[in-house]
Design a protein around this ligand. Structure first.
Ligand SMILES: N[C@@H](CCC(=O)N[C@@H](CS)C(=O)NCC(=O)O)C(=O)O
Length: 213
């Protein structure tokens, strides 16, 4: 069985779980819930960089980047791969995910933990808003980020917008990004989201397997 090392609240792990739950609902992964301050030896030995999520395939192959785990899940489901990553918009989808993982994540970390950084919280929030306003503009006329159909971009980005929103919920909810607020709300109320947010105890060597999804 494939093994998924995960951490419930990590946005990268969330995107991996979402892709797996959506594309491979019938496939059982063994889910191993990791506590970041107490990483299991089994994870460290296959992935010395020791971030989550990590997938170890049945074949032994290790996938240690969340986006690669998503692409793996898509590659196992031809129909959904075509829908979520259409050839014609593939480059744009991946570019948007790259912006999320790059400049936006940079701003998000600093907005969330501004006391550890040089600038004020509002300074970092404004940096993050560059991305929020771009997404909001894309969502004004469409249900999803790339148009009327859900794509990999929606799956990969929403956990980070959720985290940004959580830093100051009141601010987010009162903000001008109403299309983005609705899009995030739809995500948070979806069955898919509930499936991936199940709570699991910390995994320890020798535990009975927990299956996901
Ligand atoms: N580029 C990695 C980033 C993953 C990542 O940074 N995950 C965080 C948790 S949200 C982590 O594992 N950090 C290691 C630590 O805190 O020890 C990916 O996309 O999978």
């Amino acid at each position: 069985m494939h093994i998924l090392y995960s951490f419930r609240r990590c946005p990268y792990a969330m995107r991996a779980r979402v892709a797996i739950a959506y594309c491979l609902p019938e496939q059982n992964f063994e889910l191993r819930e990791v506590v970041l301050k107490d990483k299991p030896e089994a994870l460290l030995s296959i992935s010395p960089k020791a971030t989550v999520p990590v997938v170890q395939l049945e074949s032994g192959e290790v996938i240690e980047e969340s986006l690669d785990i998503m692409l793996f899940a898509l590659s196992q489901n031809n129909e959904l791969e075509k829908a979520l990553l259409p050839q014609a918009s593939k480059a744009n989808i991946l570019k948007l995910v790259e912006m999320n993982d790059g400049d936006f994540k940079w701003a998000l970390d600093r907005y969330k933990y501004s006391d550890r950084y040089d600038q004020s919280q509002s300074y970092y929030r404004e940096k993050g808003e560059l991305f929020l306003s771009q997404l909001n503009a894309q969502l004004k006329n469409h249900q999803y980020l790339m148009g009327e159909e859900m794509t990999l971009a929606d799956l990969a980005i929403f956990p980070f917008i959720r985290q940004f929103a959580h830093v100051d919920k009141k601010w987010f909810e009162a903000s001008e990004y109403s299309a983005l607020i609705k899009w995030l709300d739809d995500w948070l109320n979806s069955d898919l989201f509930k499936t991936i947010m199940t709570k699991y105890p910390q995994w320890r060597e020798g535990d009975e397997p927990t299956y996901f999804p």
